[in-house]
Design a protein around this ligand. Structure first.
Ligand code: NAP
Length: 284
């Protein structure tokens, strides 16, 4: 299955690092023009530079694997476009819409998280989590879905989490936002019914992103090499994972790129899991 997204424009919110950066890179490698988003012009410019270098390295690997010559620029990948703005605010969204007035693929990846004792989470914190993790995605969906519907093709995704269904007691406010995204996604899929636009959520599991290594080494023997350390961490603290290791951001991105493609035309209104089997359920 060779995914070709050339001619498509995508926006990935919160894509200057972590899972968002992997998704932006994956979509660009498939040929899409991708809007990279973060709160500041500086962080977005630095991310684009990093991703461009990674892509050159990737392309070199592909060319070597294929045994030589590039074939007709097929692997050139799409452009990365700066789309800075704090999308948890109306002004920030307007800024992003100014940079990218039309998109064919919207990946609502932005999400903040942090542990907090349940009874100490105050109203302002509940509101902040809702605004960043849910309202930003709703606002962008409202802005971009009508254009996708008119053009008869579009892809919208919400990056949810295992925490949507296995709500952690130290992150109820985070879990609440991820459960909300499943509802938002299913609802907008109904709004898009029959239009050629698909709307899905992606349930990501524990992933190897920035800061996770420090977190792991706080809980297991510091002398262990990373491979063993993460397996020990999963065995002791995430025993329900069937993968028994952290997921790499690129593994989440692979599913998102597929769902963004014409091949995924019959998947809509779904919550699709890439959680390493962490959620002990047959559905979704
Ligand atoms: N990591 C995991 O194990 C895991 C597991 C399941 C699900 N997820 C979900 O996956 C998504 C990505 O997680 P991650 O761990 O990759 O995130 P991350 O490494 O913390 O990255 C957050 C990104 O969001 C940007 N950002 C933060 N606030 C913003 C705002 N208001 N407006 C625009 N951009 C903003 C940051 O860019 P700047 O600093 O440049 O603004 C950064 O690019 C989240 O929705 C998370 O809930 C993560």
């Amino acid at each position: 299955m060779r995914i070709d997204l050339s001619g498509k424009t995508a926006l990935v919110t919160g894509s200057t690092q972590g899972i968002g950066a992997a998704i932006a890179t994956g979509l660009a490698r498939a040929g899409a023009r991708v809007g990279v988003n973060g709160r500041s012009e500086e962080s977005v410019a630095a991310a684009i530079e990093r991703m461009a270098i990674e892509r050159i390295d990737d392309e070199r690997i592909d060319v070597e694997r294929d045994g030589g010559e590039r074939d007709g620029g097929e692997r050139d990948g799409g452009d990365l476009v700066a789309a800075p703005g704090d999308v948890s605010t109306e002004e920030g969204c307007e800024r992003v819409l100014g940079a990218l007035p039309h998109v064919d693929i919207l990946v609502n990846n932005l999400g903040i998280f942090g542990a907090r004792p349940a009874l100490e989470i105050e109203d302002a914190e509940w509101r902040r989590y809702f605004e960043v993790n849910v309202l930003a995605a709703v606002r962008l969906t409202r802005a971009y879905l009508p254009g996708m519907r008119e053009r008869g093709w579009g892809r919208i995704q919400y990056i949810a989490s295992d925490s949507a269904v296995v709500v952690p007691k130290e992150m109820i406010h985070y879990g609440m936002t991820k459960t909300a995204l499943l509802a938002v996604s299913r609802g907008f899929a109904k709004e898009a019914a029959g239009s050629g636009v698909t709307v899905n959520s992606v349930i990501a599991g524990p992933t190897h992103t920035g800061g996770v290594e420090d977190f792991v080494y706080q809980l297991v023997d510091r002398e262990l090499p990373w491979e063993e350390a993460q397996r020990e961490f999963m065995r002791l603290h995430r025993p329900q994972s069937l993968l028994q290791r952290l997921i790499e951001p690129a593994e989440i991105a692979n599913l998102v790129v597929y769902l963004s493609s014409p091949f995924a035309s019959a998947t809509t209104g779904a919550a699709v899991r890439v959680d390493g089997g962490y959620v002990d359920a047959i559905l979704p």
